[in-house]
Ligand binder design. Structure first.
Ligand code: GDP
Length: 460
């Protein structure tokens, strides 16, 4: 069969051979490593807020940013600076020609935060799907400015889609930061904050977010208020600032003893070596490990593991790391492939059975429906080959073998993909068992894999 190339949304060029200095792990006590993603409607202030953290934490120099932008007035003054912090990082990434996660990392007291997909200009949801599936924590930025919250939350706004995606893609904590509280239409008004919270809450619940896993706070990303420091402008809010919220979150339980599963986001060649960047979902990986690359069934060996520019001894579950491989040419690797154990490999299949929730569908959906399936970082064309049931609110079968299904329904169905994808049933391995179906640039629905087939029959 023809070797499939997964699309590369970055258009990332291959890496020139270049030598660079390596920092070696100094053995100092390790902080818990967490991945964080900023989501929200366009212009809600994701770049500004994230930039503010990176600048105030000293990760990116404000001066360096100012250099890029000398005609500040023409472009809107200070407000431009923080959003620009991310451009600066992107530039740096390009210049340094490594897929640097180190440079978009910041620290809190006991945790090390890796900002996934920091460059804020890609409003491209498929990309967000890859990024969000790597994150344990999502900060949903909502603009409180008059009219902006409303636009973002309308049917065509991105707020609803982002809420649903964070839940489906396995984010464990959601922080809803109601931003632009300093705006002249808002003036740190508690009423506006409460109004937004009251409107969003039911939708969050409906999307599967338990109130206990959601934190709320009012911020001004631009002024840095309630971001790194508490502000006195919201006496009605006594809670922690954003950084304090982050520090207080309990990290998700990590499956250290499971056979390793590493999902690949990017690949590049450096000094003749093949490198992969992605997330270790479960298990551990260290230099010298003999592993398997799926779905191509290729035996490879781990030469080195790096976090940012630092060589580390062993990658832990949840880590976003770069792995140098031997035994394979970089050309053979694609985004969405999985590095796993030889004795306990992940399944590769092109037929899955799923519980699927139809979120958006103009008319009805029937057998033969074609769309694009996204699971961890993998993407494949797919066709719905069977619809076996419609479920009721309790998850019981309400109708068997329907001729058609429609928006709002949860169904049991099968999808066949054009290429093999690496998946597991949701109950076995959540990160590789939940997926999103998209069509013509819109999220159609979300699903959980309940069975996979290796030879045509699906088995749970
Ligand atoms: P993104 O598309 O979500 O990344 O949004 P940006 O960070 O690029 O911000 C969009 C616009 O909102 C810019 O003009 C920012 O200056 C402005 N903005 C962002 N955060 C705030 C804030 O806290 N207060 C005010 N007043 N404006 C903000």
């Amino acid at each position: 069969p023809k070797q499939q190339e997964f699309p590369d949304p970055d258009g990332s060029p291959d890496i020139d051979e270049e030598t660079f200095e390596e920092e070696v792990d100094d053995g100092s006590p390790q902080k818990t490593h967490s991945n964080i993603v900023f989501v929200g409607h366009v212009d809600s202030g994701k770049s500004t807020t994230c930039g503010r953290i990176l600048v105030d934490k000293g990760v990116v120099e404000k001066r360096a940013i100012g250099r890029v932008k000398q005609d500040e007035d023409a472009q809107g003054g200070e407000e431009f600076i923080y959003a620009q912090a991310l451009d600066e990082l992107e530039e740096e990434r390009r210049r340094s020609k490594t897929f640097e996660c180190g440079h978009s990392m910041f620290e809190t007291e006991t945790k090390l935060w890796n900002v996934i997909d920091a460059p804020g200009h890609r409003q491209f949801v498929p990309h967000m799907i890859g990024g969000t599936s790597q994150a344990e924590v999502a900060v949903l930025i909502i603009s409180a400015r008059k009219g902006e919250f409303e636009t973002g939350f309308e049917k065509d706004g991105q707020t609803r889609e982002h809420i649903v995606l964070t839940k489906t893609l396995g984010v464990t904590h959601l922080i809803v930061a109601i931003n632009k509280m300093d705006d002249e239409t808002v003036h740190w008004d508690q009423g506006r904050y409460t109004e937004i919270k009251d409107k969003l809450s039911p939708f969050l619940k409906q999307s599967g977010w338990r109130p206990a896993d959601v934190r709320w706070l009012p911020i001004s990303g631009l002024k840095g208020e309630n971001v790194l420091h508490r502000t006195d402008k919201s006496p009605w809010y006594n809670g922690p600032c954003l950084i304090e919220v982050l520090e207080s979150l309990t990290p998700p339980e990590r499956m250290v003893n499971a056979p390793p599963i590493f999902t690949i986001q990017e690949k590049y060649k450096e000094s003749g070596d093949s490198n992969i960047l992605g997330k270790l979902e479960v298990g551990t990986i260290k230099a010298g490990d003999e592993m398997l690359l799926m779905p191509i069934n290729k035996q490879v060996k781990v030469k080195a593991v790096k976090k940012g520019n630092r060589t580390i001894e062993m990658a832990q579950p949840g880590d976003q790391v770069t792995i140098t491989l031997t035994g394979i040419d970089e050309q053979e690797i694609s985004r969405g492939y999985v590095l796993c154990s030889r004795t306990n490999p992940i399944h590769a299949t092109n037929l899955i059975e799923a519980q699927f929730m139809i979120m958006e569908c103009k008319s009805v959906m029937t057998k033969g429906y074609e769309a694009v399936l996204h699971v961890h970082a993998a993407t494949a064309e797919c066709i719905m080959t069977q619809i076996s049931a419609v479920l009721d609110k309790q998850g019981k079968v309400a109708q068997k073998n329907p001729d058609f299904v429609k928006q709002g329904q949860t169904i049991i169905c099968r999808f066949k993909t054009d290429i093999p994808i690496c998946v597991e049933p949701f109950k076995v391995l959540q990160p590789c068992g939940r997926f999103v179906i998209r069509d013509e640039g819109r999220t159609i629905g979300i699903g959980k894999i309940i069975g996979i087939s290796v030879k045509g029959d699906t088995k749970a």
